[in-house]
Design a protein around this ligand. Structure first.
Ligand code: ADP
Length: 384
């Protein structure tokens, strides 16, 4: 495939924070960016060409394709038939529509892992959970709807056979005794070369299941880290993917590493690379889809990233508390996504603290967590 040189135009389907950061960090290579999304999209103000439309609308996708040399996406819930159609007419897209087709369905992901001998939790699929007889199953089970879930939506733990499952085609996994949730960002270039970023540790907030904290590097031994790298790379190779991929892993209490799922795009667990690695995940993605050499993924300093979510009890025009104090902390890098409205648990921004030691970065991040708050101007009752 031909290399895309600057000032070629890269089309991004979706203009959320991932698209915004992709543009922000890759414009330095001289590319131009076209974005498809609605008018209030965070990436709009950074784009060279903006197309106002739905990510699912074939006509809007066609318009984006018409102004782009290559296309990519920052979200996986998009119209795969329309993408396949564009590909069949010669438009270039990375990762390609067939990769997205596997990833959009958790059942297909699992099938691929099993077929390729990639370690993952045991599971079964069921298209009509409401009429399935669970009496012969071992509990607890983790139910995941095959399609459409994200940030824990579409995941339910069934403790026993009295717990009602969600009525949607699903996979049911054995419950893993998780020691740590890990993630590895892996980029794969058009020539098949791969580069993995350091293994990170992710912590989730049980209130809303959104990733809360990412610690880089993960506090695991070298053998576990190299095993995590090897497995994560094997996932992206099994997909034959081109671009950056976020591979989510479980380290269980017996030292086993199991693949949970994979995202075909920059990932929340890789935001820290913007300050802590030689090349960041966003530039790495653009390098890989443009057919350029992959960059150096070395960690420069330990880092901790925290998401800044809209406060639970308010919504409306964004208000920020503790801004100056946070900006005074050495090692802090703050990213706000330009979203005007705050809503409960909306991802409004994130910050990364880099420091000489990981413990110092953790301490500073906790200090900033307690002082930096984003909410909306209208307070409301307990709205989850
Ligand atoms: P989503 O695609 O919505 O992010 P995940 O598959 O990542 O859903 O699951 C959300 C969370 O549920 C995981 O981060 C993990 O904490 C928990 N989880 C998922 N699968 C299992 C499992 N098999 N055993 C134990 N916990 C699990």
């Amino acid at each position: 495939m031909p290399v895309l040189y600057p000032p070629g135009t890269i089309g991004i389907i979706g203009g959320g924070q991932l698209g915004r950061m992709m543009i922000y960090r890759s414009k330095k290579l001289g590319f131009r960016f076209a974005v498809l999304d609605s008018e209030d999209a965070p990436a709009k103000s950074l784009s060279d060409i903006f197309i106002n439309g739905s990510l699912k609308d074939p006509d809007a996708l066609e318009k984006l394709a018409g102004v782009s040399d290559i296309m990519t996406y920052e979200i996986e819930h998009i119209n795969i038939d329309a993408l396949g159609n564009l590909e069949s007419r010669g438009y270039r897209m990375y990762p390609c529509a067939s990769v997205l087709g596997i990833i959009q369905d958790k059942g297909f992901q699992k099938e691929l892992f099993v077929k390729k001998g990639i370690p993952t939790s045991s599971y079964f699929t069921c298209d009509k959970p409401e009429s399935f007889d669970f009496s012969a199953n071992k509990f607890p089970l983790v139910q995941k709807t095959r399609r459409g879930g994200y940030d824990g939506r579409g995941v339910r733990v069934l403790k026993n056979k009295e717990d009602a499952p969600m009525n949607s085609p699903s996979i049911f996994e054995e419950m893993i005794d998780i020691n740590k949730e890990l993630a590895v960002m892996v980029a794969r270039a058009q020539d098949g070369s791969v580069a993995a970023f350091p293994v990170t540790e992710m912590a989730f907030n049980p209130d809303h299941n959104i990733c809360d904290t990412v610690i880089a590097p993960a506090r695991i031994d070298e053998k576990t880290a190299s095993c995590a790298h090897e497995i994560a790379i094997s996932v992206v190779e099994a997909l034959d993917g081109v671009g950056i991929f976020g591979v989510e892993l479980f380290l269980d209490n017996h030292g086993n590493i199991l693949v949970n799922e994979v995202a075909p795009r920059p990932h929340n667990s890789g935001h820290y690379t913007m300050e802590a690695c030689v090349t960041c995940q966003f530039e790495q993605h653009i390098r890989s889809i443009a057919g350029l050499p992959l960059g150096d993924t070395s960690l420069i300093r330990p880092a901790v990233m925290l998401n800044i979510l809209g406060q639970k009890q308010s919504r409306g025009k964004m208000l920020i508390e503790g801004f100056e104090k946070a900006l005074n902390v050495p090692g802090l890098s703050l990213h706000l996504y330009g979203k005007i409205e705050s809503r409960p648990y909306r991802k409004m921004g994130h910050f990364t603290v880099t420091s000489g030691t990981l413990n110092e970065a953790i301490e500073k991040s906790e200090y900033i967590r307690n002082l930096l708050k984003i909410g909306g101007e209208n307070t409301e009752g307990d709205s989850k």
